[in-house]
Design a protein around this ligand. Structure first.
Ligand code: SAM
Length: 252
């Protein structure tokens, strides 16, 4: 408990510079730096991006940060959930298109169309039906570069569908605040979520997949991308089975 509190204090102190830039303390400065190196070092010709699931807690900070890069001509932000106040603020951003919906849906992806860079920050492990690798497959038709920051699973050699694990094993892996709801999900797996219109076992608000580095790398290789950058940022909050890993993949 003490360790968890001290980690939270360290995180808050580390992120104080966010306040000076107009971002809140949840905005991860490692992700801001990752964005900077993508557009300066790895893909300076890029002029467009899509930020998939860029809303919760961070209020579109990664989209707003990217729009400040002079070469960027257009951005798209996609999420299922927008606080009303945020949507009103974002309307003033002329280069940013706001899309409300499930970013894994083929029709939505076709509507976004060709885009230079896709951001997947803290979202890939939550994708099921379609699964995370199918989401990557769908975007690969349109995009040259994937920037992925994901809670990678380090407890197994193989990628694991976490919802297939025994309940207590699943519960031992996930954050404390989700445990009660996930117990409910396990006993109502096929109940349809009223908003997302999917069985509860597939919704994106819970941990769906334990994706390993090998699993992600082999998927990206199969889809025709090379790994241009990797960094391990260490344990994800207080969950020893997951580490924050960042990747930049470029189309071969
Ligand atoms: C864990 S938060 C991550 C927020 C931000 N990207 C970050 O790095 O801090 C996940 C966000 O992605 C959204 N999300 C996840 N899967 C989604 C999907 N398939 N379609 C639309 N939004 C999704 C959630 O609504 C939420 O805003």
């Amino acid at each position: 408990m003490t360790t968890s509190i001290s980690r939270q204090i360290q995180k808050a102190v580390r992120n104080i510079p966010n306040l000076l830039q107009g971002y809140n303390i949840y905005v991860n400065r490692d992700k801001l730096r990752l964005i900077d190196i993508v557009f300066t070092k790895y893909f300076p010709e890029a002029t467009s991006f899509v930020d998939l699931g860029g809303v919760w807690k961070v209020n579109a900070a990664y989209s707003l940060h990217t729009l400040k890069i002079p070469s960027i001509q257009r951005g798209t932000l996609v999420d299922t959930d927008y606080p009303a106040k945020l949507e009103a603020t974002l309307i003033g951003q002329k280069k940013l298109k706001i899309v409300r919906g499930d970013f894994s849906q083929q029709q939505l992806i076709d509507n976004i169309g060709k885009v230079d860079v896709v951001f997947l920050f803290d979202v890939l492990l939550h994708q099921a039906n379609p699964d995370w690798d199918e989401v990557l497959n769908r975007y690969s038709e349109y995009c040259s570069c994937f920037v992925i920051y994901n809670q990678q699973f380090i407890r197994s050699e193989e990628t694991v569908r976490l919802l297939d694990l025994p309940l207590e094993e699943y519960i031992s892996l996930i954050p404390e605040y989700q445990k009660e709801y996930c117990r409910y999900v396990f006993s109502h797996k096929d109940e349809i979520h009223p908003k997302y219109k999917k069985p509860l076992k597939d919704i994106h608000n819970i941990f769906q997949w334990g994706i390993t580095d090998n699993g992600l790398r082999s998927t990206m290789n199969r889809l025709g991308y090379r790994e241009a950058y990797f960094k391990n940022y260490g344990m994800f909050v207080d969950l020893p089975a997951f580490e924050n890993h960042a990747f930049i993949f470029m189309k071969k």
